[in-house]
Design a binder for this molecule. Structure first.
Ligand code: ADP
Ligand code: ZN
Length: 747
């Protein structure tokens, strides 16, 4: 008879499990003897919950038998903990700070393919199988609007879409696609994932040697290396104008971190995660792991395990890469740290930069926040000495910043042609640049053809059925489309109110600009880059590749084209209308406008020829526009910080935004009042409570909305309110509630 294994008895008999449920507690289970070696803190466990099996994480263990009845753990599948103490602690911080359960926080941190045994090595592709059937069902009125939206896109793209891309482009869930597949109208096929452009870029990247740093770069690199050598937490704000060589600073600091046997994480905005970016890191270091949204669950899980095993020295990715399980974090780089895409827009609504600071502090790591236009929060921290400011005030190679010309669109000579969006000056500058063999980037930060369709007589506006916004007309598809929910409709031939037979298109979008370019520059090769034309990642990379190769002369697009691109032949950047973002009723409107203008201007003159920028505006004296033209961030920031202080906005106040939504406006209003009451009772006397009020867009996707905003001087005052809200009674059925700590906007 073999001896009884004695080790099992030393293992905990009970575990506290964090489940991905919006319930603010852990759940206790008993561990059967045979599972005990695998059920410890940080391990996954499969447990019974209300007749289902849920996967959760062990957050605590104990031997004392609880005084209530507990169920048994069903399975503890892993020999090793998936989560080390560091990430578990980070999860606790996120849950506490952003107001979710620990299970919800951990679910956001650990990729799905790791939490559940991922089989998803394949991607699903959708193609049109039988258009005749589709037409028939449509004629019989059997196709829903989402189904029609899907079909319209598939007719335009016979090669089909990856399922995820299609759902995003058509604003639909998977279910209408499945219904269409069931009726044999679309075909769903699986294809083996064969790597993607980013991986190829990584493989092909030629090896690069460190560049000889400029004096400015040298100072920054030295400071970072000294901090790394001290192996203590410290944060630096690298304020570097566009083209000042921030990346080289990151790279040389990373080399030191790797030499110490520690790992570096680089966060970049998703849109900036291009082959061009990846090559720069991969060319310098061998063991680079790239995380991105196009990966399958299985690919992501594989990368996660590699990273956890210490097989990657550098991890580069968007927001969620902050949770990469590197064994010893030495350096965290947040590039373009002002980008709002670092904030997650569903629960937990975490900000990757802020979470990164917490993680780095615990790990004794060095943080570099890099930007030409930092968030005012970060800049204030630098001014106050909480961060150390590193300054790169000049472009490398003696290049000068582009000269910026502000053009007043209201002045007479700019408005020669009717409905011309490219004014005289911009047209002349474009001709000069193109004649000289240069390339041009044109920014118009609205997609579509007309941002509204209106009746010139009675003022009727074509609006969304589900949202309180006007529909944007898309000429290429001949439909009016809602940019919030994807609803589409044909534009009526006559005004439904007064019967005037001609509606008017108003407002400029990228398609309008594209059309005008065809008329003005018939010989130029023009490409448009916005989320309509770039439904897939491949399309995006294809256009960037052709632009780089010189096969495109003019690139017109939304903010997609403003970020991080480094193309030396761009002589001119034109901003068709700088007013778009300024008009938004949001406290960050000025900061965003300044940032966008400075970033897109920074695309010009990165090669040997000087760059020029033309900014068209109807508000030539607005400080955000004036100072963006001067590229004087510190001056802009001083003024903007004064305004923030005067009106009580971040960084002088912390914000909490509670949004209540539901189909029935009275139920929403009732709940919003209850929320306000909870806040009034729990908030400190110094807190300011705004609302309940209907936000600027009162109805989205058929949901009515109300919001309450809390402003308080200290983060812990916000935390108290969040705790009270979590402890309060849940909203009634049909009403949802979301709280957003440190919101990036209040629209
Ligand atoms: P930023 O991110 O600050 O806009 P980049 O890192 O893209 O600037 O650098 C701009 C260009 O300058 C890149 O092409 C880069 O390779 C080049 N560069 C950076 N540092 C040096 C250096 N020390 N010597 C020569 N070229 C450099
Ligand atoms: Zn809508």
């Amino acid at each position: 008879m073999p001896p009884e294994p004695t080790t099992t008895d030393a293992r905990p008999a009970y575990v506290e499990v964090a489940l991905d449920l919006p319930v603010d507690r852990l759940f206790t289970y008993r561990v059967p003897a045979e599972q005990r070696t695998h059920a410890d803190v940080g391990h996954r466990v499969l447990v019974p919950f209300r007749g289902r099996s849920l996967m959760g994480f062990v957050a605590g263990v104990g031997d004392a038998e609880p005084d209530f009845k507990v169920l048994d753990v069903r399975e503890a599948p892993d020999a090793h903990a998936l989560l080390g103490p560091e990430l578990l602690e980070l999860g606790r911080f996120i849950a506490r700070y952003y107001g979710t359960s620990l299970g919800e926080a951990l679910a956001a941190m650990v990729p799905r393919g790791v939490r559940h045994k991922g089989k998803g090595h394949r991607r699903r592709r959708v193609t049109l199988a039988d258009d005749a059937k589709a037409v028939e069902r449509d004629a019989a009125g059997k196709l829903s609007e989402p189904q029609q939206r899907i079909l319209r896109r598939l007719r335009k793209h016979p090669e089909g879409f990856l399922l995820t891309d299609l759902c995003r482009a058509a604003h639909v869930s998977v279910s209408p696609v499945q219904t269409l597949a069931k009726h044999g109208i679309v075909a769903l096929t699986t294809e083996r994932s064969h790597g993607d452009a980013l991986e190829e870029a990584a493989r092909e990247a030629p090896h690069t040697e460190p560049l000889d740093p400029t004096d400015d770069q040298r100072r920054s690199i030295d400071a970072l290396i000294a901090a790394l050598d001290a192996e203590r937490y410290r944060t630096f704000l690298l304020l570097g104008v566009t083209g000042s060589g921030k990346t080289e600073v990151y790279l040389q600091a990373m080399a030191r971190c790797i030499a110490q046997g520690r790992q570096a994480i680089v966060l970049v905005p998703e849109i900036a995660l291009t082959p061009q970016t990846v090559k720069r890191f991969r060319g310098r270091f061998d063991r680079v792991a790239v995380l991105h949204s196009g990966m399958t669950d299985a690919e992501r899980a594989k990368a996660w395990r590699r990273i956890k095993a210490g097989e990657a020295d550098v991890v580069i990715g968007p927001r969620s890469a902050i949770f990469a399980p590197v064994p010893r974090l030495g350096l965290l780089v947040v590039d373009e740290e002002h980008e709002t895409s670092f904030k997650q827009q569903n629960a937990p609504r975490y900000h990757a930069r802020d979470v990164g600071l917490v993680r780095a502090k615990a790990a004794g790591a060095v943080v570099v926040l890099g930007s030409a236009t930092p968030a005012l929060e970060s800049y204030k921290n630098a001014l106050d000495g909480r961060y150390e400011l590193l300054d790169l005030p000049r472009r490398v190679g003696g290049r000068s910043l582009p000269s910026v010309q502000i053009v007043d669109r209201t002045s007479g000579e700019e408005r020669q042609r009717r409905r011309a969006h490219i004014g005289r000056t911009l047209e002349i500058r474009m001709r000069e640049a193109l004649t000289a063999g240069g390339q041009v980037i044109l920014l118009q930060n609205r997609r579509g053809y007309a941002t509204s369709v209106a009746c010139p007589r009675c003022g009727f506006l074509v609006e969304c059925k589900h949202c309180d916004v006007t529909l944007t007309f898309h000429r290429s598809d001949a439909v009016a489309m809602c940019h919030l929910c994807g609803h589409e409709r044909r534009v009526p031939g006559a005004c439904p109110d007064c019967a005037l037979p001609r509606l008017e298109f108003r407002g400029v979008g990228t398609q309008t600009v594209e059309e005008e370019l065809e008329a003005l520059f018939p010989d130029a090769r023009v490409a448009r880059m916005d989320s309509d034309s770039m439904a897939t990642r491949d399309a995006y990379e294809d256009v960037l590749g052709r632009f780089e190769a010189g096969a495109i002369d003019v690139l017109v697009g939304t903010q997609m084209i403003a970020k991080g691109l480094d193309f030396p032949n761009v002589r001119l950047v034109g901003i068709v209308s700088a007013d778009t973002a300024l008009a938004l009723p949001d406290f960050r409107a000025g900061e965003r406008t300044f940032g966008l203008l400075a970033q897109v201007s920074g695309r010009a003159g990165r090669g040997d020829a000087d760059g020029r920028v033309v900014v068209q505006t109807t508000m030539p004296n607005h400080p955000a526009i004036q100072l963006a033209a001067e590229q004087d961030y510190p001056k802009f920031a001083r003024g903007a910080l004064e305004d923030r202080e005067q009106f009580g906005y971040p960084p002088f106040r912390r914000l909490l935004r509670v949004v209540v939504r539901g189909k029935r406006p009275e139920a929403v209003a009732d709940r919003a009042r209850d929320v306000q009451q909870v806040i009034v009772r729990s908030a400190s006397p110094r807190a300011e409570i705004l609302g309940p009020a209907v936000p600027p867009i009162g109805r989205v996707q058929g949901f009515h909305r109300q919001q309450v905003i809390v402003k308080a001087p200290e983060p812990r005052e916000i935390a108290t309110v969040v705790r009270a809200l979590r402890a309060a009674k849940r909203p009634q059925r049909g009403v949802e509630e979301a709280w957003d700590v440190d919101p990036v906007g209040v629209l």
